[in-house]
Design a protein around this ligand. Structure first.
Ligand SMILES: Nc1ncnc2c1ncn2[C@@H]1O[C@H](COP(=O)(O)OP(=O)(O)OP(=O)(O)O)[C@@H](O)[C@H]1O
Length: 304
């Protein structure tokens, strides 16, 4: 089920086009990354979705509701952390949650308890927020964004300022939310490594334009690997493999030969090399990374 659908969304300020005809969908239980360098238009896109900024053109549909037709209804199913959450630091985490819960209808004590467990703040929820670390404040902010059970969560660079442990914790919470509570999550970042670790799909933005979408779960399942054989006679190895597998591209890198094959092919090729008397010192495998595919996309873009 689609929780967010954006069609031909654009933003112009003066003569500058900041977001240019962006079309995207986000499904229930999916984590979609919005990846792009500074100034690519990520924040502007998120601000337009939540109505913090007007749009120049395009449609935004949240759970089947057009945000232009019924903004309030569409916003009911969104949780958002656009910047550092506004928290009351002289109140406890619990009192902050109660305060924000009053703004939504029908939030029960049980829901507040669930939220505290969900964001892992059981042990410090009665401490004053002023004593919290940045990671704890982020988690409380996440809890507040989730209190009314949104089916869509939007996060703009949520890991900014977090240390590696904080980032790991936040990532675990977001994956849990998507998988267990089926929340659709859109998260912006300029860090590929971060996107790679938590997103199902990544939309790459460059100068306000969508230049490609990569399905990371499909990338993880593909059995094509980059395989490097370290051998004593690379020349002979290349010749042999080329006669065995027509059309296979093999690169030579000093004592290594590098090729892209399915994992299941490795034993067969290893045996053939050994049978030809070629000594194998090592076999190293590498999955194509998001960075590789990102570079492929941006280079492809330049060529057009
Ligand atoms: N109100 C505004 N007036 C003029 N230009 C703006 C305005 N808001 C944003 N911009 C410009 O639009 C571009 C996109 O900004 P935006 O903040 O959406 O990018 P971003 O991808 O979120 O980048 P960052 O990672 O730096 O937050 C930038 O070049 C920015 O200078």
């Amino acid at each position: 089920m689609t929780v967010l659908q954006i069609d031909q969304l654009s933003k112009k300020i003066g003569r500058k086009t900041i977001v240019d005809g962006l079309t995207l969908t986000l499904n229930k239980g999916e984590i979609l990354g919005l990846l792009g360098p500074n100034g690519a238009g990520k924040t502007t896109t998120i601000r337009m979705i939540v109505g913090l900024m007007s749009r120049t053109a395009g449609r935004i549909i949240i759970n089947g509701v057009d945000t232009k037709t019924d903004h309030a209804k569409a916003m009911n199913s969104i949780g958002v952390i656009v910047e550092n959450p506004d928290l009351y630091k002289y109140l406890s985490g619990y009192d902050n949650l109660v305060h924000f819960a009053r703004m939504s209808q029908g939030v029960t004590k049980q829901r507040i308890k669930e939220i505290i467990a969900l964001v892992g703040l059981e042990h410090s929820i009665h401490d004053k927020v002023g004593t919290y670390s940045l990671g704890m404040r982020q988690r409380l902010g996440l809890g507040i964004a989730l209190i009314h059970k949104p089916s869509l969560l939007l996060l703009d660079e949520p890991t900014n300022g977090l240390d590696p442990a904080g980032i790991r914790e936040l990532r675990a919470h977001l994956i849990h939310l998507a998988r267990q509570e089926e929340v659709g999550i859109m998260i912006s970042s300029h860090l590929m490594s971060e996107m790679e670790m938590m997103c199902d799909r990544v939309a790459v933005l460059q100068q306000g334009k969508l230049i490609g979408i990569r399905d990371l779960s499909a990338m993880a399942q593909t059995d094509e690997l980059q395989v490097r054989f370290e051998v004593d006679r690379p020349e002979a190895a290349v010749q042999l493999l080329q006669t065995l597998t027509a059309g296979l591209e093999i690169l030579r890198d000093n004592d290594h030969i590098v090729l892209r094959i399915a994992k299941t092919k490795i034993p067969e090729l290893t045996q053939k090399l050994m049978a030809a008397g070629i000594q194998i010192y090592g076999v190293h495998t590498l999955k194509p990374s998001l960075e590789d595919t990102f570079l492929e996309m941006t280079e492809g873009d330049k060529a057009r």
